[in-house]
Design a protein around this ligand. Structure first.
Ligand code: PGA
Length: 245
């Protein structure tokens, strides 16, 4: 695990965007695993700027998002389908037909998850997986548990995740209680992984991810076992990791 410290959110976002754009420049038809949440927005904005300057071309890229709330239509402003269009896809030359997000509008969880799994497997998994990390150490919506998850599955969100995500909804009771998420095993099959984290609220999770025991109680801790995983975090998120200068 490579851990890169930077001073703030903007520096973290630019470094992450650099790595993603390098991937696309090296392999124009790269398969990118993408993430939602507040953390990656700055990286997406930077990529849009470079696209506008003709520095990066997404025309052959395909994308596979980590997760989606169960029960939201693709047009629902709270859905991750909508988030990806608004924050990234609508602003670059990616072919929307090549963008993939688990189908939260399909209430048949078994079918929705199996078909997403089949899709990611059929393309040979992603070249680069971008990840945020939850305050509780989750990746995607893989919450702390007794075992690491495997393929795409339906999860009940924990109280801590519902509360953390409620800031994006009008009322806490509006936060969906379930989501479809790529499993930890699928995430680990990515050829490279890029985790981004900022802010003090993430400091303990980042400490546990990078230096704690590998345990399903901190799903992100398994990333220590990935052979090509980079963490980019700001000073605040690394405040409990003095060994990283
Ligand atoms: P955030 O979420 O980027 O909104 O902090 C990260 C996550 O929960 O994975």
């Amino acid at each position: 695990m490579r851990i890169i410290r930077c001073k703030d959110y903007d520096a973290m976002s630019r470094k992450a965007a650099n790595i993603i754009s390098a991937q696309v420049i090296m392999k124009p038809n790269a398969k990118l695993g993408l993430a939602t949440g507040t953390t990656p927005i700055g990286a997406y904005q930077q990529l849009i700027k470079w696209y506008e300057k003709d520095d990066v071309d997404f025309s052959q890229v395909s994308t596979y998002n980590l997760d989606e709330y169960r029960g939201l239509s693709h047009e629902d402003p709270q859905s991750y389908h909508y988030f990806m269009r608004k924050n990234f896809f609508d602003h670059v030359n990616i072919d929307l037909a090549n963008t993939h997000v688990p189908d939260g509008s399909n209430l048949d969880a078994d079918e929705a998850c199996a078909s997403y799994d089949e899709l990611v497997k059929s393309v040979g998994y992603v070249d680069l997986q971008l990840l945020g990390i939850g305050n509780n150490g989750h990746i995607g919506f893989n919450e702390p548990d007794e075992a690491f998850s495997k393929g795409t599955h339906c999860v009940d969100l924990t109280e801590s995740t519902i509360q953390a995500n409620s800031r994006l909804f009008e009322r806490e009771e509006d936060v969906p209680r379930q989501a479809y998420t790529m499993g930890v095993q699928t995430i680990m099959r990515a050829r490279s992984i890029l985790v981004i984290a900022n802010g003090e609220a993430k400091a303990q999770a980042v400490r546990d991810m990078c230096f704690g025991r590998v345990t399903p109680h901190v799903p992100a801790s398994i990333l220590q076992l990935h052979t090509n995983c980079t963490v980019i975090a700001d000073d605040a998120a690394l405040s409990l990791c003095p060994e990283i200068k």
